[in-house]
Design a protein. Sequence first.
Length: 211
Amino acid sequence: MIEHDLEPVIEAPSKQKILTATAVALGVALLLLFTVILPAEYGIDPLKTGAALGLTGISKATEAGPPPRGAAPKPVQGGSVYTPEAKAYKVDSEDLLLAPHEGVEIKYHMRKGAGMVYAWKANGTVSFEFHGEPDQKPNPDYFESYQLNDKTGDNHAYGSFTAPTTGIHGWFWENKGDKNVEIHLTTAGFYDSAKMFVDGKPEDLAVDDVK
């Protein structure tokens, strides 16, 4: 008995199948071109798919390119995020007692651009104004008001402050009630001195360097 080796017959794809596969591949390539490549690489987004997928910003970053090695970073728009100082900041804590219808004022001398954080709290409602007086005033009565609450009053205030001018900046409190009110004030900042005013008469306050 004679055995014959049977080899599988491989049929070549028809021309129609080749054309169909080519058309599908071309369609996929065109789809990727308009939905991904053009928006990401060139910022061209005719189908708006790049914006939807967040790809249009990539082209802008590519155009800008990476910063040269050793180059200084660009500053934040709108001003510096920090202000260097020659000396350490100071701290101060004051306890005040206001009798009915009595007022008191505490101000810190700061240069323009210097910063301060503060917190004051009272055991009753007081009227107050946060204000300042530049060293160079256009007239003797000139002052700058930052926060005013002389109607309903309040029993606390917390915040941060950047001096708009070189001069003294601080608070005036008034007890408009019929009971004594205690106020505790704490500050920390780049000021060089502090004064308390009672009936318009200044008194120097001791401020400490931060430990």
